[in-house]
Design a protein around this ligand. Structure first.
Ligand SMILES: [Zn+2]
Length: 360
């Protein structure tokens, strides 16, 4: 090996070590922010350990590199609402992080931070997500394909907030009656009385996902930033439904964790299903109890498996966990156009897509 080559090798390993460092620091910062948000305000005596660790790692790296970063906690919280690449130089080297990704959105941990956070067993959202996993397990054990499909598609995705009487009517139907225990208004169930979910006196439903909005800087907005952006793009603001105060005791809603991990991604799945149906394909939602999202069957006997990923960033590592499905001609991973992802392949595909879809 020549001296020149050796230098290059050393340089490359330094680069990857520093990229690894930045990635780990970002994991700590995201985890800390999510833990901070999921801790009830009266229990926030000190900042979470992972946030402290992330901040000190960021400071240490900044001292070495001489690049400026936010130096106090309030400064960090302020910067965290702007694109990470605008205030933290080393992140610019990570191409898989979208240029617009922030750690905080409208005062809450961003979708990006939530996905980037290391999973902690005590996260409130994960506990709320648990009924989804339990429903799947139960339906797998008892071979309840249709019950699963209806519970996810017709209730959790399409009606995250509804009147108790309406919920009862739904679970009295043949397929849903088989999974009725998941719809009891207790700690284990998907739905809870709306007044137990959030404080406040006025309840408004997002015109797109139909979930209870939150008040942020004098305006009611969706709890999910990506959904709120679509509401604005599609000018749906005039279609907000208000639950009359006198009726509030009659309404129930899914928990925020079920909304985030069940309702929101499900909207894309249902939209894609409807578009494919319009094109003349036969579509089955959540085949074999959610083995993947959509089974698409075309008149020419082609069969596709489609997984819709409502991700805010894509890496090779995340993609490698998606497996090709047996018994189909092709497996596709589909990303909603609205999620502005930095994927070169997607940019290229957009150029070819109109041609590729001809004759479908
Ligand atoms: Zn919404």
């Amino acid at each position: 090996m020549t001296l020149e080559n050796r230098q290059i090798t050393t340089y490359v390993s330094c680069m990857s070590a520093s990229t690894k460092d930045v990635t780990a620091t970002l994991h700590y910062l995201s985890t800390g922010l999510v833990e901070w948000e999921d801790t009830p305000p009266d229990e926030r005596v000190q900042i979470p350990q992972s946030l402290r660790l992330g901040l000190s790692r960021m400071y240490a790296a900044a001292v070495l590199s001489g690049k400026p970063i936010p130096t106090t906690l309030p400064e960090f919280f302020k910067s965290a609402a702007s694109p990470i690449k605008s205030w933290w130089e080393p992140v610019k080297a990570l191409s898989t992080i979208p240029d617009t990704a922030t750690l905080i959105e409208d005062g809450l941990a961003s979708d990006f931070a939530r996905e980037w956070a290391l999973s902690g067993k005590d996260s409130i959202h994960q506990i709320q997500e648990l009924p989804l996993a339990k429903l799947k397990e139960f339906c797998e054990r008892h071979q309840l394909d249709d019950s699963y499909r209806k519970a996810r598609g017709e209730l959790i995705v399409a009606q995250p907030v509804l009147k108790i009487a309406q919920l009862r009517k739904n679970i009295d139907t043949k397929e849903l009656a088989k999974v009725r225990d998941f719809f009891k208004l207790d700690d284990e169930g998907f739905y809870k009385p709306v007044i137990d979910l959030f404080g406040g006196i006025e309840y408004r439903l997002c015109p797109r996902c139909k979930y209870i909005q939150r008040l942020w800087e004098g305006e009611y907005i969706c709890r999910k930033k990506s959904c709120e952006l679509i509401v604005r793009q599609k000018r749906l603001k005039n279609h907000i439904q208000i639950i009359p105060a006198a009726e509030i005791n009659e309404w129930v809603g899914v928990t925020p964790g079920v909304h985030r991990y069940g309702t929101i991604p499900g909207i894309w799945e249902l939209e894609l299903r409807d578009k494919l149906l319009e094109l003349g394909a036969k579509v089955t939602l959540y085949p074999q109890i959610d083995r993947y999202d959509l089974l698409v069957e075309f008149p020419n006997s082609q069969r596709w498996a489609i997984d819709v990923k409502d991700w805010s960033y894509v890496t090779k590592e995340r993609l490698s966990k998606v497996s090709c499905q047996p018994g189909v001609n092709a497996t596709f991973v589909v990303f909603p156009d609205a999620n502005d992802l930095n994927i070169p392949a997607i940019r290229k595909r957009k150029e070819f897509q109109p041609q590729a879809l001809k004759g479908l």
